[in-house]
Design a protein around this ligand. Sequence first.
Ligand SMILES: [Zn+2]
Length: 419
Amino acid sequence: MRRHLAMPVLELPHAVELRLAAARAAMELDLACWVDMNTHTPNKAGVDELGTLLSERLEAMGFRVAELVGGVTGRTLIARMGYEERFSEDASEPAPEVPKPLLLIGHMDSVFAPTEPAASLQVDATTRRARGPAAADMKGGLVIMIHALEALHREGLLEGRSLRVILNSDEETGSASSGEIIGAEAAECAAALVFEAGRPRPDGATSIVTQRKGLLRLRVRARGRSAHAGVDPSAGASAVRELAVKVKPIEELARDHEGVSVLVGRFSGGTAANVVPAEAHMDIDVRFEDDDQRQELEDAIQGLLVRSEVRDAEGRPRVATTITERVFRPAMQPDEASAALLAEVLRAGADLGLHIEPEARGGSSDAALAMAAGCPAICGLGAVGDGFHTPEEWADLDSLFARARLLALLVLRLQAGAP
Ligand SMILES: [Zn+2]
């Protein structure tokens, strides 16, 4: 059925409320099924299986779904509705005024390897907490996105709206292959809502996220020369030694009081106790609050990496150190436009009787990529939960319903001007 969408819809229509209430069991079932599907970032087959299922659900609502084929990770889905139609085939015809799209961002991948135990969802009937890998981060968020859109679609309320949905497959490793497309899509959109998990607060409210630290991750490789430890050790050049001496000064670049952390979180090298190690690797994880800090830290780390430890008699470096991978996500910092979007989200929550509070969080998310592209964004609109990335991760089942209502109302209000 066709509604008069030109009028701003101020309330969540009762029919949508009813549809979402009727879908509560289906939301829980979808959560259980999607948690059962392993979508560890390197598990391309698993991520793509969930992608196919979500792509079908989006297409059934009238989205046109394009796929970005990533390298080693799963596909990224880019679903579009509405906006493109303003570009008329006949250039002499004036383009109809269509508002810029609202962008919904989620990720399908998780940090849980297929070998993790307790892969199925465990529901505590009393607390309504559902524990399982990626239940909150972010299978629950995907459930909210899909069900809110489906309830609107079934009431004919998606017609005439401009929407985009991006579901990527490499968020947990830094969105290396999908980051660019997220930025490009966000640049065309009016606002972005990101479905990372919210958290419960002691005062009974739940959080959404308005501020996040930025992330810089560097994979470093050192290559020296192997030799027998007993026979001719001086012929070797130890890559482990070359990197090991750099760990301390690199980590000392951290400045807690400024919100800057630096960690060598992974270190490996060598092949046997009696062989001078020819190769070593380390992963450096840097968190920061603004880009000036990031630049300064990156310069300092580069400076430490090029300072060679293992040298020959003439002082020439014997180990080559290179950065083989660089993952970067800017910090998410509130601005005027995102403050206005936040006000809309808080108002919609209050109108639905939901007590929501903004939160600043250390972890990074793709919301920062949208903000960097000039698109105001709010994160943490997904399921409420905690224990993210641990075996204890849980999602509040009732939050699926609460936040699907919130999203449905936000879609109607933020896209109220659709013809
Ligand atoms: Zn996440």
